[in-house]
Design a protein around this ligand. Structure first.
Ligand SMILES: C[S@@+](CC[C@H](N)C(=O)[O-])C[C@H]1O[C@@H](n2cnc3c(N)ncnc32)[C@H](O)[C@@H]1O
Length: 117
C-alpha cells in the first residue's frame, strides 16, 4: 500500500494485531533541520507498541549514527523492551537495498535495533 506509514498504522490497523513492524532506513532527511520529521519519535513508538500484539517486535535500522542513538534513546524510554543487550545483529531477512549498500560503500556502519512489546 502506498500511504503515510504512521497514518496507515493509526487508521487502518487494529490494536494488538501485528506480529512485527519494520522501519528500515526510515530517514531520508538526515540534516538537523529535519530532525523533527524523524519517523521514530515517542508518538510513533507508542502507536507501534499499541498495534503490535503482545510479544510482537519492532525492528529498525539506519546507517546514520546520530539517528541510531536517537532511536535507541526514544525506544528505551518507550513501553517496549530491547531484546538484545544494546544493538541487534543484522536482521537476516532484510534484503540488501541500494540505501543500505550506499551507506556501507560510504563507510558508514549499519545499526539495527529490535524491541518487543
Ligand atoms: C532511505 S529510504 C529507505 C527505503 C527502504 N526501507 C530501504 O531500506 O531501502 C527511506 C524511505 O522511507 C520512506 N518514508 C519515510 N517516512 C515515511 C512515512 N511516514 N510513511 C511512509 N514512508 C515513509 C521514504 O519515502 C523513503 O522511501
Amino acid at each position: 500500500m502506498l500511504a503515510d506509514g504512521v497514518q496507515g498504522l493509526r487508521w487502518l490497523v487494529a490494536p494488538a494485531s501485528l506480529e512485527a513492524v519494520h522501519a528500515f532506513f526510515p530517514d531520508p532527511w538526515h540534516k538537523s533541520r529535519h530532525h523533527k520529521r524523524r519517523l521514530v519519535s515517542p508518538e510513533t513508538c507508542a502507536l507501534v507498541a499499541d498495534r503490535l500484539r503482545p510479544g510482537g517486535l519492532f525492528r529498525v535500522a539506519t546507517d546514520w549514527e546520530d539517528y541510531a542513538l536517537a532511536m535507541r534513546e526514544v525506544l528505551d524510554a518507550s513501553s517496549l523492551t530491547n531484546i538484545h543487550d544494546g544493538w541487534a545483529p543484522r536482521f537476516d531477512e532484510r534484503p540488501m537495498t541500494k540505501y543500505e549498500a550506499r551507506g556501507i560503500a560510504a563507510g558508514r556502519a549499519v545499526y539495527d535495533l529490535c524491541y518487543r512489546r
